[in-house]
Every structure is written in C-alpha cells, then in structure tokens.
Design a protein around this ligand. Structure first.
Ligand code: HEC
Ligand code: HEC
Ligand code: HEC
Ligand code: HEC
Ligand code: HEC
Ligand code: HEC
Ligand code: HEC
Ligand code: HEC
Ligand code: HEC
Length: 242
C-alpha cells in the first residue's frame, strides 16, 4: 500500500464530510467542511473524530500545543505532504525548529543528544500530541522517566538509591538537550553540583552534609572519583562501588 496515506486513501469525505456528493446531487453545501478559516480546535476535532483512540493521540485536547492554537494541520498536510511518511510538512528536527528555533542552538552545544545528526528525535522524549506529564514529556512503558527508555542501566532498582533521582529525576543534575559541560552536567565542576545539595554544614537539615574531612583537600574536589556509582549502588551506601 502507498505509504502516503493521503486524501485518496482517507477518502475525501473522511475530512470534508459528506457534502460533495450531496452538492452534486443538488444537496446541502454547508455540509462540506472547509479547513481554510477554521480554528485549530475545529480542525483538530475533525481529525480526532477518528484519531483520538489510542494512547498516542487521546490527550491532544489537553496538550500544550492545542492550548496554544497549534492544530494537526500545523504539522500534517494531507494534500501537500513533504515527507513520505505520516503526511508531514517537514522531517524532524526541522519541523519542530520552525516554531522552536531557540532549541536549535542547545543541540549545537559541545555536548548534546544527537538530534541535529538524526540519531535521536525530539519525539523520542516528547509527545507532540500531548500527554499527562509536564513539558509534554513521554514516559517509559512502566511510567518511569523517559530517560530510562534508552539509559536502562540507570533504572535500578538499587539497594542504595541516590534518593534525588527518584524525587527530582535526572534533570536534577543533567541538562536534557545540550550543555557546555561533559556528560551534559548542569555545572562545569562536579563538586559545585554536589555541594548545591550536600552543603558543608548540616545545620539546614536536608541531604547529608559533605563530611568536614573533605573540606579543603584537593583530592576531594573530584567527587565522583570516589563516589563512582553516583546513580545508585547495590553494594555501598556511599556509592563507592557498583
Ligand atoms: C486527511 C484529511 C483530508 C482528506 C482525506 C482530504 N482533504 Fe482536502 N483538505 C484537507 C486540509 C487540511 C485542507 C486545508 C489545507 C490545504 O489547503 O492543503 C484541505 C483543503 C482542500 C480544498 C481547499 C478548500 C478548503 O477546504 O480549504 C479542497 C478543494 C479539498 N481539500 C478537496 C479535497 C478532495 C477532493 C479530497 C478527496 C480526494 C480531499 N480534499 C481529501 C484535508 C483533507
Ligand atoms: C507539533 C507537530 C504535530 C502536531 C500538532 C500533530 N502531529 Fe501528528 N505527528 C507529528 C510527527 C512529527 C509524527 C511522526 C512521529 C515519528 O516520526 O515517530 C506524527 C505522527 C502522527 C500519526 C502517525 C503515527 C502515530 O503515532 O499514530 C498520526 C495518525 C498523527 N500524527 C495524527 C495527528 C493528529 C490527528 C493530530 C491532531 C489531533 C496531530 N497528529 C497533530 C507531529 C504532529
Ligand atoms: C474518517 C476517519 C479519519 C479522519 C477524519 C482522519 N483520519 Fe487520518 N487516518 C485514518 C485511518 C483509519 C488511518 C490509518 C490508520 C493509522 O495509520 O492510524 C489514518 C492515517 C493517518 C495518518 C498516518 C499516515 C501514515 O503515513 O501512516 C496521518 C498522519 C493522518 N491520518 C492524519 C490525519 C489528519 C491530520 C486528519 C485531519 C485533517 C485526519 N487524519 C483525519 C482515519 C481518519
Ligand atoms: C533526551 C530527551 C529530549 C529530547 C531528545 C528533546 N527534549 Fe525537549 N525537553 C526534555 C526535557 C526532560 C525537558 C524538561 C526540562 C525541564 O523541565 O527543565 C524538555 C523541555 C523542552 C521544552 C520546554 C522547556 C523549554 O526549554 O522551553 C521544549 C519547548 C522542548 N523541550 C522542545 C524540544 C524540541 C523542539 C526538541 C527537538 C529539537 C527536543 N525538545 C528534544 C527532553 C528532551
Ligand atoms: C506551528 C508551531 C509549532 C510547531 C511546528 C511545533 N511546536 Fe511545540 N509548541 C508550539 C507552541 C506555540 C507551544 C506553546 C508555547 C511554548 O511553550 O513555546 C509549544 C509547546 C511545546 C512543548 C511544551 C513546552 C512547555 O513549556 O510545556 C514541547 C515539549 C514542544 N512544543 C515540542 C515540540 C516538538 C517536539 C515539535 C516537533 C515535532 C514541535 N513542538 C513543533 C508551537 C509549535
Ligand atoms: C532515544 C534514546 C535516548 C533517550 C530517551 C535519552 N537519551 Fe541520553 N543519550 C542517548 C544516546 C544515544 C547517547 C549517546 C550520545 C552520543 O554519542 O551522541 C546519550 C547520551 C547521554 C548522556 C551523555 C553520556 C556521555 O557519556 O557523555 C547523558 C548524561 C544522557 N544521555 C542523559 C539523558 C537524560 C537525562 C535523558 C532524559 C531527559 C536522556 N538521556 C534520554 C540516547 C537517549
Ligand atoms: C545527583 C546527580 C545526578 C543525577 C540525579 C543523575 N546523574 Fe547522570 N551523572 C551524574 C554525574 C556526576 C555524572 C558523571 C560521572 C563521571 O563523570 O564519573 C553522570 C553521568 C551520566 C551518564 C554518562 C556516564 C554513564 O555513567 O553512563 C549518563 C548516561 C547519565 N549520567 C544518565 C543519567 C540518567 C538517565 C539519570 C536519571 C535516571 C541521571 N543520569 C541522573 C550525576 C547525576
Ligand atoms: C539535587 C540534590 C542532590 C545533588 C545535586 C546530589 N545529591 Fe547526593 N543525595 C541527595 C539526597 C536527597 C540524598 C539522600 C538523603 C541523604 O541521605 O543524604 C543523597 C545521598 C547521597 C549520598 C549518601 C549519603 C548517605 O549518608 O547515605 C552520597 C554519598 C551522595 N549523595 C553524594 C553525592 C555526590 C558525590 C554528588 C555529586 C556528584 C551528589 N550527591 C549530588 C541529593 C543530591
Ligand atoms: C578521596 C575519596 C573521596 C572524594 C574525592 C570525595 N569523597 Fe565524599 N566520602 C568519602 C569517604 C571516605 C566518606 C565517608 C564514608 C564513611 O563514613 O564510611 C565520604 C562520605 C560522603 C558523604 C556522606 C556523608 C554522610 O554523613 O552520610 C557525602 C554527602 C559526600 N561524601 C560528598 C562528597 C562530595 C560532595 C564530594 C566532592 C566535593 C566528595 N564527597 C568527594 C570519600 C570521598
């Protein structure tokens, strides 16, 4: 079958309604649905009449996209698709950059998910059709953070969890799109990242304070030299070993 399931495949009436046949037979012209001049809501409702079933599209009504006036035909063009699959106006990431141009430079940073190179897609992490999570993020099949879909070794469960991963998620320490820092870390120096939560003083409560014997010595600056299994460990409470 033609991969471009376009107008002929859908049949004109699927999108434009039963009008045409009726007009030819002297019928009611108002029954033809015209897309020009219709709102994103009206257009999307038309498509969703058939497409709202299934997890992928059923949340479109609540999506940040529709709430900001982005409808199906901002990305899909049944009559003049530029792509051979999914009736798309453009392929990713160009399609997304058309409106989210500010994200392009994030993926050009020295360390980045290879989206511009075509290895990872925006829609691997985001559901452009909406969902339950903030930022239109996807989740894994087991409702975990989307990051674990690919980075399965970080999933655990570990005997000793680094608690913050369970609470704040991977972005407590990583920038998802791109970063000037190796390993997509939020801070240029690992010690500064850790010290944001593990202060030298235990006064404020919160996560364990960095022990005082760490204080000045140079050898304690590269925290992950010793606390190697920073994503969790099955053998050591302080993450010294896997
Ligand atoms: C999957 C949905 C879909 C199907 C099926 C479809 N169309 Fe369209 N049609 C659209 C959209 C969206 C537009 C507006 C965007 C554009 O002009 O390309 C449109 C625009 C048109 C227009 C211009 C007037 C208007 O409504 O804006 C005509 C005429 C038209 N279609 C005829 C047809 C005919 C004839 C068929 C069957 C061969 C057909 N369409 C099948 C979605 C569809
Ligand atoms: C922000 C852009 C965007 C909007 C808005 C959008 N789509 Fe999509 N859609 C895409 C992209 C990109 C793909 C292909 C994803 C991929 O390559 O895996 C896709 C895939 C699809 C597919 C085929 C694959 C699947 O997941 O079933 C259907 C059907 C579809 N969209 C329908 C719709 C409908 C209906 C609407 C409106 C209710 C809509 N889309 C709104 C970008 C969009
Ligand atoms: C009368 C029902 C119906 C309507 C209305 C409808 N579609 Fe479809 N569409 C289907 C079916 C059935 C399929 C094939 C199953 C599938 O791939 O999900 C399909 C497939 C698609 C695909 C996937 C094409 C591919 O290459 O795999 C896209 C994209 C799509 N439709 C977009 C739209 C958009 C955008 C609209 C509104 C302008 C729309 N459809 C309106 C029934 C409909
Ligand atoms: C590796 C997963 C991943 C990929 C790939 C990805 N994103 Fe994101 N994106 C995220 C996460 C996680 C957040 C939430 C960040 C936060 O809340 O601080 C986010 C946030 C966003 C936001 C909202 C926050 C902001 O900075 O404006 C937009 C818009 C966005 N991404 C668009 C895109 C686009 C466009 C692409 C592709 C060019 C893309 N993303 C690719 C994971 C990803
Ligand atoms: C026609 C313009 C348009 C296109 C194309 C588009 N977006 Fe959007 N997107 C918007 C608007 C407008 C918003 C809401 C305002 C904002 O957050 O920037 C939005 C919001 C988002 C958000 C949520 C941001 C938040 O703060 O919650 C994500 C994620 C996102 N888009 C991803 C994508 C991805 C992935 C693609 C490509 C498949 C894409 N967008 C294509 C216009 C677009
Ligand atoms: C679709 C698969 C996929 C998803 C989802 C994904 N990643 Fe990645 N990630 C990769 C790939 C592939 C690489 C390898 C980078 C390269 O060589 O381009 C990578 C690299 C990384 C790196 C850098 C590794 C290094 O050695 O420098 C970090 C950190 C990372 N990802 C964190 C995340 C976070 C956080 C999320 C969730 C927001 C996420 N990833 C979601 C595929 C993914
Ligand atoms: C508490 C901070 C923190 C959190 C939260 C965190 N990471 Fe990391 N991650 C790091 C540090 C620090 C490194 C660099 C380790 C090194 O250089 O020895 C790293 C490295 C990585 C790497 C590259 C090296 C490797 O081990 O593969 C990937 C991939 C990665 N993290 C993914 C993730 C994912 C996925 C999550 C969420 C499940 C996550 N990280 C949560 C701190 C964190
Ligand atoms: C976003 C906040 C946050 C960041 C950043 C962070 N941690 Fe943690 N860490 C926690 C929390 C919360 C716990 C669990 C509570 C506790 O027992 O201290 C924890 C626990 C630990 C423990 C175990 C303490 C114990 O007594 O069981 C060590 C060791 C540790 N972190 C080291 C690090 C290192 C090294 C870094 C930097 C790579 C880092 N952490 C970054 C929040 C953070
Ligand atoms: C040379 C190895 C080494 C380096 C480098 C190192 N640590 Fe430690 N860390 C230790 C040892 C040893 C302990 C104590 C384990 C024990 O009590 O048995 C410890 C314990 C901790 C604890 C747990 C304290 C508690 O009371 O539970 C935290 C938090 C911590 N370190 C944070 C850091 C931070 C942040 C850095 C970087 C600024 C860092 N460590 C660098 C060896 C190191």
């Amino acid at each position: 079958m033609d991969k471009r399931k376009g107008p002929e495949w859908h049949g004109c009436e699927a999108c434009h309604g039963p009008g045409k046949a009726h007009v030819d037979g002297g019928g009611d012209k108002t029954k033809i649905f015209t897309f020009k001049g219709s709102s994103a809501q009206e257009i999307s409702a038309r498509c969703l009449g058939c497409h709202e079933y299934g997890a992928e599209h059923s949340n479109y009504a609540r999506s940040v996209h529709l709430q900001n006036g982005v409808g199906c035909t901002d990305c899909h063009d049944p009559h003049h698709a530029k792509e051979t699959q999914f009736l798309l106006k453009a392929s990713q990431p160009a399609l997304c950059y058309y409106c989210h141009l500010d994200k392009k430079q994030q993926f050009n940073r020295p360390f980045h998910h290879r989206v511009n190179e075509g290895l990872v897609k925006c829609t691997d992490c985001h559901n452009q059709h909406g969902g339950f999570l903030t930022r239109q993020l996807r989740a894994t099949a087991t409702e975990d953070t989307v990051c674990l879909k690919c980075h399965t070794d970080k999933a655990g469960p570990f005997v000793f969890e680094h608690e913050t991963i369970k609470i704040e998620g991977c972005i407590a320490c990583h920038t998802p799109h791109g970063s000037s820092n190796p390993r997509l870390l939020k801070r240029a120096q690992v010690n500064l990242l850790c010290l944001e939560c593990h202060a030298f003083s235990a006064d404020q409560g919160g996560p364990a304070a960095t022990p005082t014997f760490h204080n000045q010595a140079q050898k304690y600056q590269a925290c992950t030299l010793c606390h190697q299994s920073i994503h969790g460990s099955n053998s050591n409470k302080f993450f010294f070993t896997p």
